[in-house]
Design a protein around this ligand. Sequence first.
Ligand SMILES: [Zn+2]
Length: 120
Amino acid sequence: MQCDDVVLHLAQAPDEESNDYLPLPVRHHLVTCLSCQAERVQYRRLHRELRGMRLEVIEPDERLLPDILDSVRPSATVTQLRPSRRKAYVSGIAAAATAGAAGALVLVSKLSAKGQRLAG
Ligand SMILES: [Zn+2]
């Protein structure tokens, strides 16, 4: 059995104190190979540290969320309007405002006419 094959088994259950969960050829290799024994110690240490981090609560910096959103959002593009379109937009806005004002005048005049009829 080669060390590369043994390492795959060591990563599966690093917390086990006994080697009973390992296949027999792997156990035999572990008894004689210092490299694989050291690898097993490293897996146990890593697993212990990862387990300790499970309960650790880390408060994120208050700028973290805005920074992430800024990096995810597409950047805004500014498009300059050509003068002819600018005139068309301004004319459209002016026409809409005029129509709104005219509608308000009609509504007010109808309401006041209705009020005079009720009063008189
Ligand atoms: Zn080995």
